[in-house]
Design a protein around this ligand. Structure first.
Ligand code: NAD
Length: 517
């Protein structure tokens, strides 16, 4: 099956993409250069430079992403600005109809989209299904916008005076998204933004644009009105054009911490609302009273799922007192037997990292840990079972981690499990709160009192109790704190209505007209 898909990738799967790119059937052998979607039309980028879209499972070039220019952004923003005039006047109950139609289309294309995600991102096909499934949940939740958008009214705030507050769309918003969830992360933003009456420009990751091209074909098919939702391909320069553009009201960003901070500072300085979700260093704490088998399984899934390339991936496992031996033994035994390979093979447990550069960086971090005195218990760098091509790293387990080590402080973003030991829960909390990141953290325990103390005292904003990847569902809000999040208002759920709307308050008094009644 894998060979079949790989061999027929150009011939079968790119057919619909090729159609989108308005290439003739006879031209399918030409390299694919993905296009922009602006004002309801597929348009070539003005950018002359491109970057390769690489299948991380074998290094094959799947196509090219053009690096869009300020001119591309101008076209998209002007289309969105024009569309805003009529879109904001469209009743919310009508606006969400396009999302209902899209939901049906997405359900019919889950497998095709999942394969596309695996091909350009490398994650396993099961993880890719999760990526699209979570995206669909965002669309479903945004369909509830008629309820989410309701305002507030108070009668008689003073004698004969009433007050009402409504949620008003603000204009054009934009999102800039990362490589690790090619489908889900863009869905964190645009469905809520457009359902609440704004128009939108998306800039997907230049490394994984194919999933979004296919999704935009479906969005087009669902009947998205022209200009309401636009997509511009590109990298750094495209981002700079977006965050400086005077007609953009706000920016939603997801990516690494240095870029999140830069986007937050620059876009805010340009007078925009900004929510910028950054990197992470996620600690998992195991108390001696935890169910050890479940804790081991959950830790592994958290640390090595999506090859560790999740912002909620567990990284540093702090075993408290006598919890350590069972955790170390369980993790070593399980990690050794996980199949590493092409994510399209249903037996694969860990797919490749996104690029050679990412692989080199993670290997460098592993070496830094060894140099600083840690011990590698399972070494995924040298496994003889790794495929010859592609950017593979087997699950790697390292013990003897201390707070001062580089690997204890930086985001690894690879299938690496770091083991540390502490004497008490207080020590564990102190260690994890000393991290500059604060995205998520998990406690394994059977004690409600310990769980409450943990939730109460830790800095991260997304907490798991016996849960490895405590990702808030679409109807809750998502985002960390400290250097994992820059801004005030988090992503999706009800918070998205706060982010994408302004509150307009009217205080009113009506004088009696005795000639009528
Ligand atoms: P990245 O920061 O390299 O890229 C993210 C986006 O920013 C891309 O669209 C890219 O084109 C753009 N970009 C990159 N460099 C830029 C620059 N110098 N100036 C302006 N724009 C630039 O991130 P990535 O490698 O694609 O994604 C992985 C990172 O994203 C990890 O750190 C991960 O933790 C983080 N992430 C965070 C969350 C969260 O919810 N906090 C979710 C997913 C991913």
């Amino acid at each position: 099956m894998i060979e079949h898909l790989k061999d027929n990738w150009q011939a079968e799967r790119l057919q619909s993409l090729t159609a989108t790119l308005q290439q003739a059937a006879s031209e399918t052998s030409k390299p694919i250069v993905v296009q922009n979607f602006i004002d309801g039309k597929w348009l070539p980028s003005r950018g002359q430079e491109t970057v390769e879209i690489i299948n991380p499972a074998n290094g094959a070039v799947l196509g090219y992403t053009p690096l869009g220019t300020a001119e591309d952004i101008e076209l998209a923003v002007q289309a969105a600005k024009k569309a805003f005039k009529t879109w904001r006047e469209t009743p919310v109950i009508d606006r969400v109809q396009v999302l209902f139609r899209l939901k049906t289309l997405l359900e019919a294309h889950v497998e095709e989209l999942a394969e596309l995600i695996t091909l350009e991102n490398g994650k396993t096909i099961g993880e890719a299904r999760g990526d699209i499934r979570r995206g669909i949940q965002m669309v479903e939740t945004a369909c509830g916008m008629p309820l989410m958008l309701k305002g507030q009214v108070s009668e008689d705030i003073a004698a004969g005076i009433d007050c009402h507050a409504i949620r008003r769309p603000m204009g054009v918003f934009a999102a800039i998204t990362p490589f690790n969830f090619p489908a889900m992360v863009p869905f964190w933003f645009w469905p809520y933004a457009i359902a609440s009456g704004n128009t939108f420009v998306l800039k997907p990751s230049e490394r994984v644009p194919l999933t979004q091209v296919r999704l935009f074909e479906l969005i087009e098919q669902a009947g998205m009105p022209k200009g309401v939702l636009n997509m511009v391909q590109g990298g750094k320069d495209t981002v700079n054009a977006l965050i400086a553009h005077p007609d953009i009201s706000g920016i939603s960003f997801v990516g690494s911490t240095p870029v999140a901070k830069y986007v937050y500072q620059t876009a805010s300085a340009n007078g925009k609302r900004v929510q910028a979700l950054g990197g992470a260093k996620n600690f998992m704490v195991v108390l001696p009273d935890a169910q050890m088998d479940a804790a081991v399984r959950t830790v592994l899934d958290s640390c090595i799922g999506c090859a560790g390339q999740r912002c909620l991936a567990g990284s540093l496992i702090l075993s408290v007192a006598e919890a350590y031996p069972a955790i170390e033994a369980g993790i070593i035994n399980t990690a050794k037997h996980i199949q590493v390979g092409n994510g399209l093979d249903p037996a694969t447990g860990v797919g490749p990292l996104i690029s050679q550069a990412a692989l080199d960086r993670v290997k460098g971090l592993i070496q830094s840990a060894i140099d600083e005195g840690a011990t590698v218990l399972v070494d995924g760098r040298h496994s003889e079972n790794l495929p010859n091509q592609g950017y593979y790293l087997g699950p790697t387990v390292i013990t003897g981690i201390q707070p001062h080590m580089r690997i204890a402080q930086e985001e690894v973003f690879g299938p690496v499990i770091l083991l540390g030991q502490v004497g008490t829960l207080d020590e564990a909390i102190h260690w994890l709160n000393s991290s500059e990141f604060a995205n998520t953290t998990t406690l394994f325990t059977a004690s409600g009192a310990a769980a409450r103390k943990f939730s109460y005292e830790v800095d991260p904003s997304m907490i798991g109790i016996n849960i490895g990847v405590p990702a808030p569902m679409a109807f809750f809000s998502f985002g960390g704190s400290k250097h994992s999040f820059f801004g005030d208002i988090k992503a999706h759920g009800q918070a998205s209505v706060d982010f994408y709307t302004d509150t307009k308050v009217t205080v009113e008094r009506w004088f009696k007209d005795s000639s009528i009644w």
